[in-house]
Design a protein around this ligand. Sequence first.
Ligand SMILES: [Zn+2]
Ligand SMILES: [Zn+2]
Length: 243
Amino acid sequence: MSPAATARRFFRALGTLCFPPYCAACRVATEPGVHLCENCAGGVQRIEAPFCQRCSQPFDGAITQQFTCSNCDGRELHFECTVAACRSRGIVRDFIHAFKYERQFHLRHPLAGWLAHTLDDPRMSSRPFDALVPVPLHHIRFREREFNQAAELASLVSQRCGTPVLHALKRTRYTSTQTKLDRAERMENLRGAFRVRHNARVKERHLVLVDDVFTTGSTVEECSRVLLRAGAASVRVITVARG
Ligand SMILES: [Zn+2]
Ligand SMILES: [Zn+2]
């Protein structure tokens, strides 16, 4: 074992001694490397079929064939599909909020664990991709938050799947919070907010955009449009949660 690996193992063991592992939601003791107890993990609502093939919007009725939701049907979208792991409810929503706004940085582990499940979806696993591209933050917001949640999640997923992270996008315009806007207003608000970095190798590459949550899809749609215009071969999207 290399000295660095030995040191890492030592500090991990020391960390386990000082901070025994516990469930990030209810704080009962867990095994090392386990971030959620079985009970809490069981309460997470995974997005399961039937759902829209394009945006993963779950369909509550009984349907067996593949379908596209009324929101995506007939709409010109630049991303091929968005694969979301969980519904944005309960602990998933709480974790995303605490990770982004309350500096609970350790929550990146369970969040990335859910995000990694999206790679098993046939929309992702049936065709390889060349790079994971995090949705960027504007530098003002980055300074406030000190990290980009999408980049942190992309980096952990990259460690698991071996595909590199490509910081291909830059957010050039600061946009106010979008929560009160409808879809058309969001698209308008985002126009020109992103650009592809000089030297970012996106031409003819199959890219996967990474974000924490998919709400109306305006952000990933605008990012996809910009990447395709710069010559990307295709864009798919993975997110931890779907609103
Ligand atoms: Zn728990
Ligand atoms: Zn849809």
